[in-house]
Design a protein around this ligand. Structure first.
Ligand code: FES
Ligand code: MG
Length: 572
């Protein structure tokens, strides 16, 4: 147990000198009294609320509820706003900003008199951004997931975020629904605050945060609009104060075993491929090596048990009523490291005791899985020497072993135009290839990986075909999409050398992905390849392109992935 004099904030607030006098007088300027803060842990509430972040619209309320808990437990709460990465609104892609959010979190905590942190977020990149920053800073930190929104509803039909947008967009393009129907869907698909309620990056990453041990038990699946969510926020506020006294730092939570548990849960949830990038980045922040093979290996062992769209039938609200993540993890005991400790100061052995599933169709048992295994496959070959990823479960099964001619698009705009062209020479055998959509190329590795099926083929009723890119894909997307090709085209990966008409061979069972072009021809093309002009000459974009790593490395900045120490600020 720490003493008040050992608190980090003591250097700002507790000592008898002119500087500390200044700090205390400034707190008093805001109406606080010595009794509010003297000798108490200062808890930063890092809040990613904004007026244009639909998924975090409730986080101002939640911050107040966290404060209530911090006061109850004898801490001093201070809310620190951080960049809010609203997945749909922030362009060109939130992924361009994940590492900047992580930097902001780290520096907010470092530069202020803070002893511990509550991290408020959940919309896609906010979860990894908050955690990465907190891990690098190393102070006790507890994640309060924003939670999923309620189910969508249209004429009594349940609608899911993302998945049903793509689905009904195709139906509109095919002429199967009217413009009026489409407008009604717009009003029904998102009808409360909270994150996407399908198994997108948000739901996957919040579950992963819980499995890593960074949330209170069963926090990650509580619907945002449920009163349980408010109580979870307050309980988190109480707990973080004790975590400071006990010095429960991220380093004590993040172990190889915790990472394994996170990968198990990711697979059992049928989680987003984006988690792979984020979890590798998180692990490396903690100095723990994690690579793509680990995901493939875990995926072969662990069945998909969460029957949630897009892999399954239900939504996160149903998942909560069925018992939530605690119930799911209760069905995964044999795969989990049960002795890992969490921020709750308990092991999974203790947390999962008595965990019950209330709807065995939503949260399946190992004897009745949604998929027996193989939710994530990592492919290698001359087209992806450093790997590429795929969700076989979300693809038409005959495409898992396929050889066909490529149609290659050098960028998104060319692709978007071509797929709408009824004259495009394309059959269901073709492989659509998008270049220059990776970390450098996009820039920011946007979620373009689910290339639209050409309009001509949609009209013929085709809904899936093989697609390959160095982009990411939304977790709410589906189809035979091979993603994260590394190295990316922009830096001269083999993907940059592919030409329309080349044959591409994929064998998911064998985990291979090849461009069937002779080695000497490839060498000639490589010789002729010239690096593109950089996207940015100034600003954050320039910093991004100077420091961003490839997908298989987690897309972190090289200056952040290092474990080199940063000195505590001098207080003068
Ligand atoms: Fe925020 Fe999907 S838009 S989680
Ligand atoms: Mg998403």
């Amino acid at each position: 147990m720490k003493t008040p004099e050992e608190l980090r904030s003591h250097r700002w607030l507790g000592v008898h000198d002119l500087r500390a006098f200044g700090h205390r007088s400034r707190l008093k300027q805001m109406g606080y009294d010595r009794a509010d803060f003297a000798g108490k842990p200062v808890i930063a509430i890092v809040n990613t609320w904004s007026d244009i972040n639909q998924c975090h619209a409730h986080l101002r309320m939640r911050a107040e509820e966290v404060k209530r808990g911090v006061w109850q437990a004898g801490g001093f709460p201070i809310e620190l706003p951080a960049m809010s990465l609203s997945e749909p609104f922030v362009k060109p892609t939130t992924m361009l900003y994940r590492n900047f959010l992580a930097m902001e979190v780290e520096e907010l905590l470092r530069s202020h008199p803070v002893d511990g942190a509550i991290l408020l977020g959940g919309c896609d990149k906010t979860t990894p951004g908050l955690l990465m920053g907190a891990i690098s800073m190393g102070l006790p930190a507890l994640f309060v997931p924003a939670g999923p929104m309620l189910r969508g509803n249209w004429r009594g039909q349940v609608l899911g975020s993302g998945s049903d947008s793509w689905k009904y967009w195709d139906e509109l393009r095919a002429g199967n629904i009217t413009e009026e129907d489409w407008d009604e869907i717009e009003s029904g698909i998102a009808r409360s605050y909270g994150t996407c309620m399908t198994m997108g990056t948000a739901a996957s990453m919040m579950a992963v945060a819980e499995a890593l041990g960074f949330t209170l038990p069963n926090a990650s699946s509580i619907p945002a609009a449920d009163a349980n969510h408010s109580r979870m926020a307050t309980a988190s506020g109480r707990r973080i104060v004790d975590m400071v006294w006990q010095d429960v730092t991220p380093e004590t939570i993040l172990s190889p075993e915790a990472l394994h548990n996170a990968m198990v849960v990711h697979n059992a949830m049928g989680g987003s491929t984006n988690v792979i990038v984020h979890l590798i980045a998180l692990a490396r922040r903690a100095g723990l090596p994690l690579d793509l093979e680990a995901f493939d290996a875990v995926s072969r062992e662990v069945p998909v048990l969460a029957n949630v769209r897009p892999s399954g039938a239900y939504l996160m609200e149903d998942f909560w009523y069925a018992g939530g993540l605690r119930a799911l993890m209760g069905n995964l005991r044999e795969h989990l490291h049960m002795d890992s400790r969490t921020v709750a100061d308990r092991t999974w052995n203790e947390i999962l005791k008595g965990a019950e599933v209330y709807n065995a169709d939503v949260i399946r048992g190992p004897d009745n899985p949604v998929f027996a295994g193989g939710a994530t496959a990592v492919l290698y070959g001359n087209l992806a020497p450093d790997g590429a990823v795929m969700k076989p479960a979300a693809a038409r099964s005959d495409l898992l072993r396929h050889r066909g001619p490529a149609i290659v698009f050098p960028n998104y705009d060319a692709m978007a135009k071509a797929v709408e062209d009824e004259g495009l020479e394309v059959t269901s055998d073709h492989v659509l290839v998008l270049q220059n959509a990776g970390p450098q190329g996009g820039p920011g590795m946007p979620e373009w990986g689910m290339l639209p099926i050409p309009r001509k083929l949609v009209r013929q009723g085709l809904r899936d075909m093989l697609r390959i890119s160095d982009a990411r894909m939304s977790g709410t997307s589906y189809g035979a999409c091979i993603l994260h090709v590394a190295p990316e085209a922009w830096v001269g990966g083999t993907l940059a050398l592919a030409k329309t008409g080349d044959e591409i061979a994929v064998d998911v069972e064998a985990r291979t992905l090849d461009l069937c072009v002779e080695e000497d021809e490839l060498a000639r093309r490589r010789e002729a390849w010239r690096p593109p002009e950089p996207h940015y000459r100034r600003g954050w974009g320039a910093i991004f392109q100077d420091h961003i790593g490839q997908a298989n490395e987690g897309c972190d900045f090289d200056i952040l992935a290092t474990r080199a120490p940063v000195p505590e600020p001098e207080i003068h």
